[in-house]
Design a protein around this ligand. Structure first.
Ligand SMILES: Nc1ncnc2c1ncn2[C@@H]1O[C@H](COP(=O)(O)OP(=O)(O)O)[C@@H](O)[C@H]1O
Ligand SMILES: [Mg+2]
Length: 265
């Protein structure tokens, strides 16, 4: 009997996100220099680098909040095409409100601190055209539940909640419309270590259940290690190295990455 094995099939997956040649200066500070990156559908891309390396600036561009001096950005979605930086301000806003979710390190950037927690999430649903109060309340509750927010605090404003709970409200708002892309900028930085672990658990579970494409930025290699499938290392506005998480952690190529990984061991 002969056994024939199929030649391994190489499946060409198209990236969901593709950024090419992104540069941005703030006055004399060159925040980003010729940065290119991709994220495949369903994967978690981790971006790591010390403070000031340009991570948040890049993430704000992925959220279409900020425009580069140079470079292009595409998302492989059925209803948009071309360089997203060329869209007008209204189209950029609609796209980021309906298809992209973001969690900031600072909850003040993502939430109305004095509105109720469920109201913060409902606001996102209103953008998508939902008008019935009962439906809004139900969908907001579902998103908060998925983010493991305690439902007895639905009406509490974020200003009265702990840092960990505020991040769960941001997360609920970010996932309420089932975005194609979820962006997380240091989502657990500043939280107590035990709370940090709980929020990371929630993110991991959501990612596994929903297969959302995520880009997570952190200066903390431990956070990146917990979540990322692929890792991009940045320094001084440039990409130093990109690779599968296992490769980056076990066999870092760049001296700076070696330092980062060794410092963490
Ligand atoms: N809105 C801004 N105005 C001026 N400088 C900025 C602004 N945003 C970022 N920068 C500068 O760009 C560089 C990269 O910042 P950032 O993207 O916040 O880095 P990271 O998130 O990696 O700490 C820093 O030198 C920062 O001071
Ligand atoms: Mg930052």
């Amino acid at each position: 009997m002969t056994l024939t094995l199929d030649a391994p099939r190489i499946v060409e997956t198209k990236p969901l996100l593709e950024m090419k040649g992104i540069s941005k200066a703030y006055g004399r500070v060159q925040a980003l220099r010729d940065v290119s990156t991709i994220a495949y559908p369903g994967e978690v891309l981790g971006i790591v680098g010390e403070s000031g390396s340009g991570k948040s600036t890049l993430l704000r561009m992925m959220n279409l909040e900020e425009l580069p001096d140079q470079g292009s950005y595409t998302l492989d979605l059925s209803d948009v095409s071309g360089n997203l930086f060329d869209l007008d301000r209204f189209a950029r806003r609609m796209l980021c409100a309906t298809r992209i979710g973001i969690v900031y390190q600072n909850p003040h950037l993502g939430l109305l601190m004095k509105h109720s927690s469920s109201g913060n999430v409902a606001e996102r649903l209103l953008i998508a055209g939902e008008r019935s109060f009962a439906a809004l309340r139900q969908s907001a509750t579902e998103a908060l539940k998925a983010s493991e927010f305690p439902l007895e605090r639905l009406d509490a404003p974020p200003a009265e909640l702990s840092g960990g709970m505020q991040q769960r409200v941001q997360l609920a708002k970010a996932i309420a419309l089932e975005p194609a892309l979820l962006l997380l900028d240091e989502p657990t930085t500043g939280l107590d270590v035990s709370v940090q672990a709980l929020v990371l658990d929630t993110l991991k579970r959501l990612q596994q259940e929903r297969k959302i494409t995520m880009v997570i930025v952190s200066h903390d290699l431990g956070v990146i290690r917990t979540l990322a499938d692929r890792v991009m290392v940045m320094r001084n506005g440039q990409v130093l190295e990109t690779g599968l998480a296992d490769q980056i952690f076990q066999d870092p190529q760049h001296a700076y990455t070696q330092q980062l990984v060794n410092a963490k061991l």
